[in-house]
Design a protein around this ligand. Structure first.
Ligand SMILES: [Zn+2]
Length: 119
């Protein structure tokens, strides 16, 4: 009899990553001024995304979503994805990406850091 072995991976599911990428592309398409999309992953599994301009200003509405769900979780409905629950945040740059100096400027303005993750 075969043993059931279930390993939980810490890495992001490739399928989820693909969905995330598709969302990013969609946001960029709808944001002509956007040079990149801020992607914020929350500890509950929901995401927050918004396009930014080359000046680090918002280029789109903030979009919140949850994979395989019609709406975000109750926690997020409550706190709108509070900063304290952010697991990862980074900017997905449009192709061609702004030069590194500009990227730094934008992430500093938008994320408050030039680091790509908080934890
Ligand atoms: Zn949530």
């Amino acid at each position: 009899m075969a043993k059931k072995k279930e390993k939980k991976k810490n890495k992001l599911d490739p399928e989820l990553e693909m969905r995330e990428r598709a969302m990013v592309e969609g946001i960029l398409e709808g944001s002509p001024d956007g040079v990149g999309v801020v992607v914020i992953r929350l500890d509950c599994g929901c995401r927050k995304m918004a396009a930014v301009t080359k000046d680090g200003e918002p280029a789109s509405k903030v979009i919140m979503y949850r994979d395989h769900a019609e709406s975000v979780c109750d926690k997020c409905k409550d706190d709108q994805g509070a900063f304290i629950r952010v697991v990862t945040q980074f900017i997905h740059w449009q192709d061609p990406a702004p030069d590194p100096g500009q990227q730094k400027k934008i992430s500093l303005k938008v994320l408050g850091t030039t680091e790509t993750t908080t934890h």
